[in-house]
Design a protein around this ligand. Structure first.
Ligand code: ATP
Length: 308
C-alpha cells in the first residue's frame, strides 16, 4: 500500500529527511517513532501529496505522488498534528461540511457522518460546538473527519499528543478498531509505548534518517536473547531467591517488588527444572512465567548508541 524509495527532502543545506526507504502492505500498522524535528511530519506530508520531495519516489496503492496525487488523496486519510476547527460549527455540521468537500451527497452524507461519529464515540456531542470539545474529543473528531471517505490508508501525525492518559487510551482503542477494519496505518509519535501494542512494524527516525525499520516481532527476538522469568512463591521469598540464584540454569536473579526476576543462561529455554527445584525445596510455587518484554525495553536496547 505504501512504497517509498530514496525519499529525500532538503531545506537549504538541511536534510529534513534523507534517503528513506519503506514498504507497507495492506493491514500493516506502522509506528513511526522519533523525537521532535526528526522528519515524521515531512514524510507524511509528502505521502499525503501536500509537499514535494527534493528527490526520491513514493507510491500509495501503486499511485505515484508525482503523477497521480488525486488518486492518492482519494485513498488516504491524513490527520495533521495540528488542525484548525471552525469556531461556530456544531460537531455534526463540521463533519457534513467535510463530507460535502469529499462530494458525499444526499441522504448518504448524514448516514456516513452519523456512523463515523459513532465509531469515534462522539454521537453524544453531535450538537455541541466544536470549540467546546476537549482536546481528546477534538482529536477524535479529527479522526472522524479523515474517515468520512472510507480511506484505505491512514496517515496520522501524533494523534495522541497533548492528551491526558485517559484520552490516549481512547485513541489507542480507536486505532485498534481501525486496524481490525483492515486499514493500513502510519501513525507517528515521539513516545514509543504509546504505539507498543498497536503496531506490527516500527520505524525509528533520527535527524531525517530511518535508523530502524523492522517488524515488532523481530525487534523482540533480537532483544530477547535470554529468557527472563517472573517467579512467586506463597512462602519465604528470600529462601526461594536463594534456590533460584544457585540453580545452574540461572544467570542472575533478584527480588523485584513481589516477584523474583530471573534471567536464564543463554542456552536454556525451558524453565521446568527450575520449577522442579523450587518445589523440591518445599516452596509453594504460585507463579512462574516468562516476563513479557515490552517495546520500550526493546527500543532502548535496539537504539543503544545510535540515538542520543
Ligand atoms: N518549511 C520548512 N522550512 C525549513 N525547515 C523545515 C521546514 N519544515 C520542516 N523543516 C525542518 O525539517 C526537519 C524535520 O521536520 P518535521 O516537521 O518533519 O519533524 P517531525 O519529526 O515531524 O517533528 P515534530 O514531532 O516536531 O512534528 C526539522 O529540522 C524542521 O525544522
Amino acid at each position: 500500500m505504501i512504497e517509498i524509495r530514496g525519499l529525500t527532502k532538503k531545506y537549504g543545506d538541511l536534510f529534513a529527511i534523507k534517503d528513506i526507504n519503506l514498504e507497507l502492505a495492506k493491514g500493516d500498522v506502522f509506528g513511526f517513532i522519533g523525537p521532535n524535528g526528526a522528519g515524521k511530519t515531512t514524510t507524511m506530508r509528502i505521502l499525503a501529496t501536500l509537499l514535494n520531495p527534493t528527490w526520491g519516489e513514493a507510491y500509495v496503492a501503486g499511485h505515484s505522488i508525482y503523477t497521480q496525487p488525486k488518486e492518492i488523496r482519494r485513498i488516504i486519510g491524513y490527520m495533521p498534528d495540528f488542525f484548525g476547527v471552525y469556531d461556530d460549527m456544531k460537531v455534526i455540521e463540521y463533519l457534513e461540511f467535510f463530507a460535502a468537500a469529499y462530494r458525499i451527497r444526499g441522504p448518504e452524507r448524514r448516514k456516513i457522518c452519523e456512523s463515523v461519529l459513532e465509531l469515534v464515540d462522539l454521537t453524544y456531542k453531535r450538537e455541541a460546538l466544536v470549540t467546546s470539545l476537549s482536546r481528546g474529543m477534538t482529536q477524535r473528531l479529527g479522526l472522524a473527519r479523515v474517515l468520512l471517505h472510507d480511506p484505505q490508508v491512514l496517515l496520522l501525525d501524533e494523534p495522541a499528543s497533548g492528551l491526558d492518559p485517559r484520552a490516549r487510551i481512547e485513541i489507542r482503542g480507536l486505532l485498534k478498531e481501525l486496524r481490525n477494519m483492515g486499514k493500513t496505518i502510519m501513525v507517528s509519535s515521539h513516545i514509543l509505548p504509546e504505539l507498543a501494542d498497536i503496531c506490527n512494524k516500527i520505524g525509528i527516525i533520527e535527524k531525517g534518517e530511518l535508523i530502524v525499520n523492522t517488524d515488532v516481532e523481530s525487534v523482540m527476538k533480537q532483544v530477547r536473547q535470554q529468557m527472563v522469568l517472573k517467579i512467586r512463591v506463597a512462602d519465604d521469598m528470600q529462601s526461594a531467591l536463594a534456590v533460584v540464584s544457585s540453580h545452574p540454569s540461572v544467570e542472575s536473579a533478584e527480588l523485584t517488588g513481589k516477584d523474583i526476576t530471573a534471567t536464564l543462561i543463554a542456552e536454556v529455554d525451558d524453565p521446568s527444572e527450575l520449577a522442579a527445584a523450587l518445589i523440591g525445596a518445599g516452596h509453594r510455587l504460585t507463579m512462574l512465567k516468562e516476563d513479557e518484554i515490552n517495546l520500550e525495553t526493546a527500543f532502548m536496547a535496539l537504539t543503544k548508541g545510535i540515538t542520543s
